[in-house]
Structure formats: C-alpha cells, structure tokens
Design a protein around this ligand. Structure first.
Ligand SMILES: Nc1ncnc2c1ncn2[C@@H]1O[C@H](COP(=O)(O)OP(=O)(O)O)[C@@H](O)[C@H]1O
Ligand SMILES: [Mg+2]
Length: 278
C-alpha cells in the first residue's frame, strides 16, 4: 500500500481577524477589542494543511488577492503546492471574528478573492484534477466552481469528497455529484444525505455501520476540528485505506485538532498592515 497519495483540495483561503472583546456588541453598539490576532484560515487551506499533515501530497486550487502572498508562502512551507492558486483583483477573503470572555463568538465572512474562483479557472486546472487520487471540496467558494470540479473528477473516475460546509440550498445537488459527503450533525439535519460521513463532535464520527469514538482528550479549542477530519479522511482514502481505517484516522486527526487553539496549529506572523492592531 502506498504511503503518500495525491490529494487535490479546491476551496477557500481566508485571513481570520480575531478580536477579543469582554462582551459581544449588540446592534448599534461599539465594543473595544482587548487584542486582535490575524491567523490563517479558510476551509480550503485548513483542509489542505490537514491532508498534508496526514501525509498526502497536496495541491490547493484557490484564489487570493495581492495581500495573500504571505499566506501562500506559509502553505508552501507546510507542504501544500500553491501553483494553481489564482490571483484576483480583490482582497484575500477574511473572516471577522469577535470572541467574548465566555468563548461565545460571532463571525462575518467576506468572500473577497474566493468569490472570483470561477468554473473557468477550474477548467484551466483540469489536468491536475484528472490526475488526483482524490479531490476534496467545501462550500466556501462559488457553487459553479464546485459543480465543475466534481463533474470533471467524475468524468476522469477520480473519487471526490464534498464537505457540505457551510451548508446551503446547493448542498444536496452537489452531494449527488460527489463520491463521499462529509457533514457535521447540524449540517446532516439540514441536508440529510444517505450514507454520508457524519462527524459527532466529542462522540467521534460514523459512516454507515462504522462508528469511531475518539480517545478521551482534554479539549483546548474545537475550531478547525472538522477541517482536520476532512483533510485526514482524504489523505487516507487517497492511498486506498478501507472506510473503517480512514474513518479512524480522520477521527484521530479531528480530535488532535482540539488540542491547540485556532484552526491551524502554527499560524504565521500577521500581515504588516494588520500588525499594528494588536
Ligand atoms: N470535544 C471534542 N473532543 C474530541 N474530539 C473532538 C471534539 N470535537 C470534535 N472532535 C473531533 O473532530 C471531528 C469533527 O468535529 P465536529 O465537532 O463533529 O465538526 P465541526 O468542526 O464541524 O464542528 C470529530 O469527528 C472528532 O473526531
Ligand atoms: Mg464541533
């Protein structure tokens, strides 16, 4: 059995701008931040790094603006090929996250360059998609791009994983195009795709008759657990692991992601224009 498969991830890149506040502001209110951190995020990049950490060779198809170069160097440093990342005349995607003293949050996502990821760009990347062992997509990019990617892969008999997150009206239709669908419990209630892989938080995950519970671990922060899970699942299936082996590896990766703060274990230095905010 091969140790390293070829995973192509198609998805978002975001800078997460996280403001710590004593209390989330109510409508019309202003809150002063105690500190602001800028950390790497976006489900596409998170899952690409998750697959790389699980041992796969990973190519990320995505889009950034001029302010995304530092992020791309960070991805390369961690083993993710960024040769097929499009440059758009827009700001790199951002998630503005306010977190209060209780850990409660509210999040606004600005798609930025992610919105410029077109079906046309996916077509231009068709050679890399056709030669993948598995293709992994999420829903933080335009539906037309996802549809194109899943269709291209199916034509080339390349298996695909759709992580239907954030779930929306297109999830069901996209799920029908994918080989495997990954959802958390909340998303599963909304789309209800038969035979999906369902993640269950602290209770692990199930896939048909298989169920895996995590080793008990102290939880630091569950942000990005689902992304680590999906990346590891792709890496395992890419080298021909069985469903139950792949599920066990994915649960282990998801659970280990709850051991560190943030969506990725080792973030980068904040970009220069935002450094002064903290
Ligand atoms: N509190 C937790 N303790 C242990 N493992 C967890 C915990 N939360 C999540 N995980 C792991 O991460 C995976 C995905 O988490 P889940 O909460 O279901 O998805 P999401 O990140 O979408 O909320 C789970 O299948 C599990 O392996
Ligand atoms: Mg969770």
């Amino acid at each position: 059995m091969r140790v390293s498969g070829n995973v192509v991830v198609i998805g978002s890149i975001n800078l997460d701008v996280i403001a710590a506040v004593a209390r989330l502001p109510r409508p019309g209110e202003t809150a002063l931040a105690q500190r602001v951190d800028v950390v790497p995020g976006g489900k596409g990049a998170n899952q690409a790094l998750g697959a790389a950490r699980a041992g796969a060779r990973v190519t990320l198809i995505s889009a950034v603006g001029e302010d995304g170069e530092q992020y791309l160097r960070y991805l390369e440093k961690h083993g993710v090929s960024v040769q097929h990342v499009m440059r758009a005349p827009l700001a790199t995607g951002r998630a503005y996250i306010a977190v209060d003293d209780q850990g409660e949050n509210s999040i606004i996502v600005a798609a930025g360059a992610n919105a410029a990821l077109t079906a046309h760009w996916i077509l231009r990347c068709q050679d890399v998609i056709r030669s993948a062992d598995i293709v992994l997509v999420q829903q933080e990019i335009p539906t037309a791009a996802i549809r194109e990617a899943l269709t291209l892969a199916a034509d080339a008999h390349v298996p695909t994983i759709l992580n239907a997150s954030p779930v929306d009206a297109a999830s069901r239709e996209l799920g029908d195009l994918a080989t495997v669908v990954v959802v958390n419990e909340h998303e599963n209630r909304l789309v209800g795709i038969p035979d999906a892989v369902v993640t269950l938080g602290a209770a692990g995950a199930r896939w048909g008759d298989d169920a895996v519970r995590p080793m008990t671990a102290t939880t630091v922060d569950t942000t990005g657990a689902g992304d680590a899970f999906a990346g590891a699942l792709a890496a395992a299936l890419a080298v021909g692991r069985s469903r139950s082996q792949a599920l066990a590896m994915a649960v282990e990766s998801g659970t280990s992601a709850t051991q560190w703060a943030g969506a990725q274990p080792d973030g980068f230095e904040p970009v220069a224009d935002l450094r002064n905010l903290s």
